[in-house]
Every structure is written in C-alpha cells, then in structure tokens.
Design a protein around this ligand. Structure first.
Ligand code: GLN
Length: 270
C-alpha cells in the first residue's frame, strides 16, 4: 500500500513536471512541482534545527536569527512552498533530532562526514568551510605541527568536526582526549583562550574570523587544518524531501541566489 502510494506520488509529480513544461502560465519551479512527492513533519512547514552562535552562517540580530544558512533555507522553503521555522538548539543535538523526526533539516554550517552519513542524509553541499586554528597574538604556536607536538590545551565546540579531529589520537592527527576542552558555543572557547585557560581553539574559519574580531589579542594561524563541505542534514527516510531540496538548491545556485547570499556575508576578497 505504501509502495503504491509512493508510486502514485511519483507519477503525480512527473505529471506535474510534464504539465509544467507545456503550460507557459505556470510560474512554478521544478522544486515546487516535486513538493507533491514529499512530506514534512508539520504540513506547510520546514522545521530547521540550527545553533545560532555561528556567525556569519547563523547568529542573532536582536531576537531574530539571521545569516547565510537562514537565508538559503528560507529561499529553499519558498521554492518548496513551505514556511521556514527555525529551532535554535545545541549543535550536538541536531543530527539526533533530524534522525528522530524532530526536525526536517539540520542547517548549521554542518560538515558532511562519513560518520554523520550513517545517521542522516545530506543535501548537495552549498558552501565550503575550513577548520582554522586560533591562538593568542603572541603565542609560540606557529602552525599545526607545533600545536600537535606540544602539550597544549585545545578548545573546541562540542560535537563539531573540530572536536572530532582534535580529540582523535595523535596517530590520527589529533591531540587526544586529555588535551581537549569542550564548550557548547565556539565563542565560549574563544573567551577561554583569551583568559589563558586554553592555548588554542580549532573551529570553522568564518566564525573564527568573527570571534577574533570581537575578542582582542588573538589571531588565526595561516595554516588551515582541513577543508570541508557544508550541507543540510535530512532524515534518511525522507528521500523525496532530499531530492526536492537538492532541486531547489540547484535552481538557487544556477540563478545566482546562493552565490549572492554567500557573497553578502563573506565578500570575495580582492
Ligand atoms: N562545520 C562544523 C561541523 O559540522 C561546525 C558547525 C557548527 O559549529 N555549527 O561540525
């Protein structure tokens, strides 16, 4: 019965797509046409989980959450004929919440990793992130090798890729659990660095720049640690939603909307 319904939905969306190409008046995009095939937790809504302390991807302006992820997710929701609802939660609860059917998407500067792919699906990537190392301006830590070989304490945001890489054993390129201090928010790690409680923070480059700007006496090392893809996490059972989101992301990339959103928050250098 379920399969039949799915086939029916598939046929319906194909019919809509065909109808669309032959109907000049239809202002509907392919992504919206596909909406017949997917469901969301609450009808008419796209519930997005994020952690709104990650500028410029998500942060508070007054009591409003703004940023690159918010604008991209809003544009995607519009394409799908849905209203975006933002839930600001702890970063390390997002994957479990998407997996458990609490949120439709996790959109939080979230890196695609093999491990996370065991729990959720990811959309096509819409941005790139780099793990950066923040130290005090006068630090003796000059590069990643120096950080790894010393017995320096490293601050990370709990559950992030910075945490995963750094807390892994030295053989795997980390400093090991003993030298890790975890914080709920990236900026809390940066404040701990400023006050000398830890020696370095490993975090994504764009928030790193924002935090260094708002906390005196810090710098970002020239040697980035790793380059990553950001994408939206989606429940594994909702493949139709993933397909529709990917179609929307493609349209929004092709028509220049996503590049313009990213460029607004991260102006291209030079
Ligand atoms: N890109 C990192 C990750 O996915 C950090 C994301 C975040 O802190 N919001 O783990």
């Amino acid at each position: 019965m379920k399969t039949l319904k799915r086939i029916a939905a598939g046929i319906l969306s194909t019919a809509l797509l065909l109808g669309m190409t032959s109907c000049a008046a239809a202002n509907q995009t392919e992504a919206a046409a596909n909406s017949a095939a997917f469901t969301t937790i609450e009808s008419g809504k796209l519930i997005m989980a994020t952690n709104a302390f990650f500028p410029p991807y998500e942060y508070y302006e007054g009591d409003k959450v703004v940023g690159i992820d918010v604008e991209i997710a809003t544009a995607v929701a519009q394409k799908l004929g849905l209203e975006l609802v933002i839930e600001d939660v702890e970063f390390d609860s997002i994957i479990a919440g998407v997996q458990g059917g609490k949120y439709d998407i996790g959109c939080a500067g979230m890196t695609v990793t093999e491990d996370r792919l065991k729990s959720v699906n990811f959309s096509t990537p819409y941005a790139t992130g780099i793990q950066s190392i923040i130290v005090k301006a006068d630090s003796e830590i000059t590069d990643i090798d120096k950080l790894l070989e010393g017995d320096y304490k490293v601050g990370v945001q709990s559950g992030t890729t910075g945490d995963i890489y750094m807390s892994s054993s030295p053989e795997d390129g980390g400093v090991g659990e003993d030298r890790i201090e975890r914080y709920a928010k990236g900026n809390d790690a940066v404040i701990a660095l400023s006050s000398g409680k830890i020696d370095a923070v490993v975090i994504d480059n764009e928030p790193a720049k924002a935090f260094v700007k708002s906390n005196d006496g810090l710098k970002i090392l020239d040697t980035p640690y790793t380059v990553e893809d950001y994408a939206m996490a989606i429940n594994k059972d909702n493949v139709a939603l993933k397909d529709a989101i990917n179609q929307a992301l493609k349209e929004l990339t092709d028509d220049g909307t996503i590049p313009a959103i990213i460029n607004k928050y991260i102006p291209a250098e030079g």
